[in-house]
Ligand binder design. Structure first.
Ligand code: NAD
Length: 400
């Protein structure tokens, strides 16, 4: 399928290569990998094979080999070009339903993925999904301010929820989403795909093993040059904010997962040309600093007018750098650990980051574990985003 022209990919230098299918992961070592052995072992070790008694209601009770069924809600770029093709490499997940406000999209993608009409929903008929036993999980991939309502409706229909980042446009909305899923006894996971990406996993591992010594600094830049001034990302009611909500959140989330700590203080400075038609409602650049309890610090860039996607984490014994770091593909890592700086290939992961993310939630449901990036993880980022906006607005350090 062709990527539509004129659309803004949040990570523009990572558009699919010319001539390659949009879904083709061109990273060496990750194409055509068969079933995940690690995941298979985890799956068996964590009790699936042991029987249905420990499984949550409605899941797998009768059919131990069944893949969990996802409904994709919101058939935009990320859903149709990046996520949906990735079910092909999933072990525990399959695409079974579609939800969209556009009948033509339901028809086109329904036919492409063999989704029967009975499993295609509009936003108005979405609540009827409660009667569809094939759907275990609803994956919300709409503009940000709609994440809350669709998560609440999915939970009410008895479905588990995967929700895209940012989890919502306020911490209060995140709390309401967590409460809705808890009330329904359903799991909630946020689409922080980098936590399933090989280079990022390697960086976290090196830090946790102490290869750098105690982390002292994280420097991370995330930005892209946003185009079409009419898109929802530039409409505050739909986006909740500018670059920070969309791409700067990768700087924030990476600083947290690299240090493994939660910030105790935040500084921020914004630079937005309000005469630029794109930035009438939301910010362009908002750079921020985080102070962690250990004394580690993070310097973070968030921008809608510059292309960057990288981080470097440094301690007294060395550093790890990934550039690009949180892209769809093409990650490249360098380390300096005692000797001169050198490229490093991470341990291969059994699945690409998208399939691994999809399967993680399925495995958590099947084994009744909590996702490594559940609702609380999304809430932490939104609380910090609110503090960053406040720090910039008030021109002072916000203590947390
Ligand atoms: P998009 O504009 O391509 O798609 C948004 C979809 O929502 C469209 O199908 C649109 O029709 C639908 N929609 C429903 N109600 C709408 C409304 N009121 N106004 C506008 N559109 C409406 O956007 P996208 O890039 O696919 O982003 C969707 C979500 O996915 C966002 O939350 C974004 O942050 C997230 N995302 C995550 C990643 C990632 O790498 N994890 C990448 C891209 C986008």
């Amino acid at each position: 399928m062709r990527v539509r022209r004129g659309r803004q990919d949040p990570i523009p230098h990572l558009q699919p290569r010319r001539g390659a299918p949009a879904h083709q992961d061109v990273r060496p070592g990750l194409t055509g990998v068969p079933m995940s052995e690690i995941s298979k072992r985890t799956f068996l070790a964590t009790g699936l094979a042991a029987g249905a008694a420990t499984l949550p209601l409605g899941v797998m009770a009768a059919e131990p080999g069944r893949k969990l069924g996802y409904a994709i809600l919101g058939l935009g770029y990320y859903a149709t070009q990046i996520i949906m093709p990735r079910f092909a490499e999933c072990e525990h997940s399959r695409l079974v339903a579609l939800v969209s406000g556009t009948p033509e999209k339901l028809k086109t993608f329904g036919e492409q993925y063999g989704i029967p009409e009975s499993h295609r929903y509009s936003y108005e008929t979405f609540d009827r999904i409660v009667d569809n036993p094939d759907v275990d999980i609803v994956y919300v991939i709409t503009p940000n301010s709609l994440h809350r309502t669709f998560t609440e409706r999915a939970a009410k229909a008895g479905k588990h929820v995967m929700c895209e980042k940012p989890m919502a446009t306020s911490a209060a909305d995140c709390q309401a989403m967590i409460a809705a899923c808890k009330k329904a006894g359903r799991k909630l996971m946020i689409g922080y795909r980098s936590r399933f990406q090989a280079h990022n996993i390697e960086a976290i591992k090196l830090v946790r093993e102490g290869a750098l010594g105690p982390v002292r600094t994280v420097v991370t830049d995330h930005g892209f040059t946003i185009g079409d001034p009419k898109q929802w990302r530039l409409n505050k009611a739909l986006s909740g904010g500018g670059s920070l909500m969309d791409i700067g959140i990768y700087s924030l989330n990476a600083a947290r997962y690299l240090t493994g700590e939660e910030p105790v203080a935040v500084n921020a400075m914004e630079s937005t040309d309000r005469s630029d038609i794109r930035f009438k409602e939301v910010e362009d650049i908002i750079n921020f600093q985080l102070l962690f309890p250990s004394g580690a610090t993070a310097n973070c860039v968030s921008a809608y007018s510059a292309n960057c996607n990288r981080y470097r984490v440094t301690g007294p014994k060395g550093w790890v750098e990934i550039d690009p770091a949180t892209s769809y593909r093409g990650q490249s890592m360098r380390v300096q650990l005692g000797g001169p700086p050198a490229p490093r290939e991470p341990a291969p992961q059994p699945k690409n980051q998208f399939s691994a993310q999809l399967d993680h939630l399925s495995e958590c449901i099947l084994t009744n574990q909590e996702p490594i990036v559940g609702g609380e993880e999304g809430l932490k980022d939104l609380r910090l985003i609110e503090a960053i906006y406040r720090a910039a607005r008030e021109g002072r350090t916000i203590r947390l």
